[in-house]
Design a protein around this ligand. Sequence first.
Ligand SMILES: Cc1cc2nc3c(=O)[nH]c(=O)nc-3n(C[C@H](O)[C@H](O)[C@H](O)COP(=O)(O)OP(=O)(O)OC[C@H]3O[C@@H](n4cnc5c(N)ncnc54)[C@H](O)[C@@H]3O)c2cc1C
Length: 465
Amino acid sequence: MADYDYDVLVIGAGPGGYVAAIRAAQLGLKTACAEGRATLGGTCLNVGCIPSKALLHASEYFDAAANGAMASMGIKVKPELDLDTMQGQRKDAVKGLTGGIEFLFKKNKVDWLKGYAQFQDAHTVEVDGKTYSAKNIVIATGSSVTPLPGVEIDNAKGVVVDSTGALELSSVPKKMVVIGGGVIGLELGSVWRRLGAEVTVVEFLDQLLPGMDMDVRKEAAKIFKKQGMTLKLGTKVTGVEVKGKKAKVSVEPAKGGDAETIDADVVLVAIGRRPDVDGLGLDKIGLELNQRGQIETDHDFATKVDGVWAIGDVIPGPMLAHKAEDEGLAVAENIAGMTGIVNHDVIPGVVYTQPEFAGVGLTEEAAKERGAVKVGKFPMLANSRAKTNHEPDGFVKVIADAETDRVLGVWCIASVAGTMIAQAAQAMEFGATSEDIAYTCHAHPTHSEAIKEAAMAVTGKPIHI
Ligand SMILES: Cc1cc2nc3c(=O)[nH]c(=O)nc-3n(C[C@H](O)[C@H](O)[C@H](O)COP(=O)(O)OP(=O)(O)OC[C@H]3O[C@@H](n4cnc5c(N)ncnc54)[C@H](O)[C@@H]3O)c2cc1C
């Protein structure tokens, strides 16, 4: 250690990087974390998970008051939108949580190197004109918005924006076009629809939410349409023309057909994210990217360059904060000589709309490619708690191996699907069968009973349908 300034130097303080830094320090390693942003917490805390959930939560209350959902329970209100206050509470949430990471760095004696880091060699980086050496360097630089060729994003102008710009809008657009029917587009589109925007989602594929189970994707289209979104599936955006404060989005069917234009006050480009390695100087350490622009690692998160590790959005796998966090823990433990493992087969994914859409493990389509499966499904309409709460939309689907009954995947659409999916992930992590879930006592009345009933349905014996 004597030759290096640090045992571990993490580049990037998102959920991957800050967790890796804190765990490394907890394990007694001298640790620094370089972060170029003005606040810690990365995409997730500053412009991702947290601010989007702050707006989703607040806009959900507004929607419930405005659309009659509260009136049906005997609460008559006529809501008035104070967007400044709503945006203020979003900023407060971000400030509180990013400040919390700064506190944790101090508590755990992690040095925050303020500025963007660039490799000089495999054990040295330059940050804001100073060089620092470390025995181990962890790349946790995350991801940034994938641009749409020919479409210029200008968050300051506020007409064609990315997710960061869509969080910051200072007024509710009359018409909003969301390019991309994935998680981020649907979450932010939902926020502005609830607050009064007419939202059109344009998706190149035939269904929303790529990567999720097909039953869930089809149901999602029905639910978002019912909520008032216009969906243009199987549709390609061919151009966006901005004139002053308005835009015209040109679209045509992906498989050919008549073109049309859609007027918009705001266009949100949400076609995905790509690994962020800009300015990192990977050429100086001879580290190449794969075809998708990602850094490849082995099972321990070590790259091909000795002493250099990588985690989070910058490596393959779903771009999710909890995946990055778990990799952060694992890489620190591996550096400390322990055994840090992440089971990439069991990483839940959640869409935080209302209802929520969540899944873990294999889709039915993917599971069938591997062999015979048994599927149990249970509608939320038959779940007593969901019914009582006026939340009829959704279902739970459990996919199990036909021979061993081992659970291969669980998919939920429910108001609290994001919370429900945790028990499915835990069950799968312990190698549960559908019978194990079916014979686990679930509290009544809870939405989670729908998971038990869907597991019972795998053998054809649910009680309430
Ligand atoms: C709108 C939106 C909503 C989202 N919602 C969710 C959600 O609800 N749940 C979920 O799981 N995921 C969500 N995500 C995804 C989640 O934010 C990412 O998966 C997660 O932040 C990835 O963590 P990370 O640590 O790999 O990288 P990041 O969080 O991207 O952090 C990387 C950090 O590295 C810094 N950096 C980059 N290069 C350098 C350098 N050279 N030197 C120093 N610092 C550098 C960057 O400034 C950044 O702060 C959302 C994303 C967006 C955009």
